[in-house]
Design a protein around this ligand. Structure first.
Ligand code: ACM
Ligand code: ZN
Length: 539
């Protein structure tokens, strides 16, 4: 017992931060502790040398006020005295790069852009939070941090179709991404089980397509036919979408909408049955999985619809990338459809895979005409793709490797490392995990250690590595109906993904784990409902 007590005292001591320790997640490229400390108090100010920095500075002050109780203010006139946090842009740095220098005189953050400064402030936010002190006075240990991300694309995806999440919840998801220095929010907006974005030209999409009559209860198996009997729906108005895009932009996160096609379109087919090969009738899906009903690729009216939807999507989302899905599109209907077969003949295509490729190319051309860039799931590789499409590799890293070998750009999100709906421990039942994703009755296991071990460059030579633009965590929501449960699935595993995306190089799991134990305190302060397993030593 005494031994146990001593052990826990030692643990607590190691958690209350020593000057020499780096507390920042994801780990910075370079961290050097320095002698001494600087004191921040309610008279301390954040000085912005550039007006564009008022916004990130104000956000930083709101974090410190909420998390430490310390009230700081933003000034645009150079102040005198000690304890100033001075922010500036230094164009000699890369866009997302920053330097954070804590000296006895004050704190200096230089970033290559507003975004770089924001990341410096996110690091300082963690440092201040873990520093000794309170609302009146915080003593920040001196340090020099030089930092920049390894990958330019660091994403988090949220599926709001299988289950719907409110505007405030989506913003909270964005806050979580920002804390971890992630810069892309992939918003999965359309599905078989619900269409979630208002399209003015096609009002039935939300009138009919946003509501399913009921939802499967429990894990999906062939035998499970237990439904809740309750209609389920929800969608975002265009004003709400704009609000979320603005919110994310203020946190230097680009929102990438996904309109999944030609598969996963049953909610659209239920709204406009002429879009399908058979003409229906269709109903918004109440089970998970894959539907044989997809958009007809033979009729011109399908492309008119797709372009009509995308035209409004492009108005709402200024992102460079537009995600058009492309996953899990079974070819049964196309095989039996005279219109689709006619298209195959007329275009000289080999088969239905090439027909999907034809479909994707047409959509890509439309996006390119509007200055946008297409992302698709790795299935779009199957019938041949253009060099300019970016591949999101999900069925396995080997799909990304294949795309990289073809010369396409790749975002790595292989499911056994990056799917945040997968279980977090090796014994789901014994550890009382809530329901999590399974295949053929077997639950997928993805403890944080596994996420951390992911190497996006594995098996790629120097040249091919250049094709990997980044990594992403995917939060699918078939089995996740509440935002508390989202947080349980995402945290702390997102910290590992963030570090995979930010800090390429030698790995040290124990050192990472030490910082995540600290980060937990910040999660607590923010009220985040993270999963307990890692913190309780359960894998
Ligand atoms: C996917 O998980 N169907 C992209
Ligand atoms: Zn057809």
């Amino acid at each position: 017992m005494k031994k146990l007590l001593l052990l826990s005292v030692a643990l607590v001591a190691s958690l209350s931060v020593m000057a020499a320790e780096c507390v920042i997640v994801p780990r910075p490229v370079s961290f050097e502790p320095q002698k001494g400390k600087v004191t921040l108090n309610s008279k301390s100010v954040v000085y912005v040398a550039d007006k564009s920095l008022v916004r990130p500075a104000t956000l930083f002050c709101s974090y410190v006020a909420a998390e430490k109780g310390l009230q700081l203010s933003v000034v645009e006139k150079q102040p005198k005295g000690k304890g100033v946090i001075a922010l500036s842009i230094d164009k000699s740095l890369a866009q997302e790069e920053y330097l954070l220098d804590v000296t006895k005189q004050g704190i200096v953050i230089k970033g290559g852009s507003e975004q770089g400064v924001f990341y410096g402030l996110q690091s300082l936010r963690q440092v201040v939070f873990h520093s000794k002190g309170n609302a009146k006075k915080v003593a920040v240990a001196c340090m020099t941090v030089k930092d920049k991300p390894h990958f330019g694309y660091r994403g988090g995806m949220l599926d709001v179709c299988r289950h719907f999440f409110s505007v405030d919840e989506v913003k909270k998801f964005i806050d979580i991404l920002a804390l971890h220095k992630m810069n892309r929010f992939h918003w999965h907006l359309t599905e078989d089980q619900g269409w979630r974005i208002e399209i003015k030209k096609y009002p039935e999409l939300t009138k009919v397509g946003s509501v399913r009559k009921e939802t499967l209860v429990g894990l999906q198996t062939k035998k499970n036919n237990n439904y809740d009997g309750k209609p389920y729906g929800g969608f975002y108005t265009q004003d709400e979408v704009r609000d979320i895009v603005r919110y994310a932009t203020e946190r230097y996160i680009e929102v990438i909408p996904e309109i999944d096609m030609p598969g996963h379109m049953v909610a659209a087919l239920a709204s406009y049955p002429h879009l399908g090969c058979t003409g229906g009738p269709y109903e918004v899906r109440t089970r998970w999985g894959i539907s044989r009903d997809i958009l007809c690729a033979g009729r011109e009216s399908t492309f008119e619809f797709v372009e009509g939807v995308l035209a409004e999507v492009l108005e709402l989302f200024p992102s460079k990338y537009i995600h058009i899905g492309g996953d899990e599109a079974p070819k049964h209907r196309w095989k039996a459809c005279p219109e689709c077969q006619k298209r195959i003949q007329e275009e000289g295509l080999k088969d239905e895979h090439e027909l999907q490729s034809y479909f994707t190319h047409r959509v890509e051309k439309f996006l390119a005409k509007h200055g946008r860039h297409l992302i698709g799931w790795d299935e779009i590789l199957d019938g041949g793709i253009s060099k300019t499409a970016t591949i999101m590799a999900w069925r396995g890293a080997h799909r990304g490797i294949k795309a990289a070998q073809l010369g396409n750009q790749v975002i790595m999100t292989p499911r056994h490392y990056c799917y945040l709906d997968y279980c977090q421990t090796s014994d789901h039942d014994a550890n009382n995990e809530p329901i999590c994703a399974a295949g053929n009755g077997k639950r997928f296991q993805m403890p944080i250690r596994k996420v951390y071990s992911f190497d996006p460059y594995d098996q790629l030579n120097e040249e091919q590595r250049k094709a990997i633009v980044g990594v992403q965590g995917n939060m699918w929501t078939e089995y996740v109906a509440t935002f508390d449960h989202i947080q349980h699935m995402v945290l702390p595993r997102l910290a590992a993904l963030a570090e995979v995306g930010w800090t390429y190089g030698e790995k040290n799991y124990d050192e990472f784990a030490r910082r995540v134990h600290l980060l937990r305190k910040l999660y607590d302060k923010c009220g985040y409902k993270y999963a307990p397993y890692f913190f309780n030593g359960i894998e």
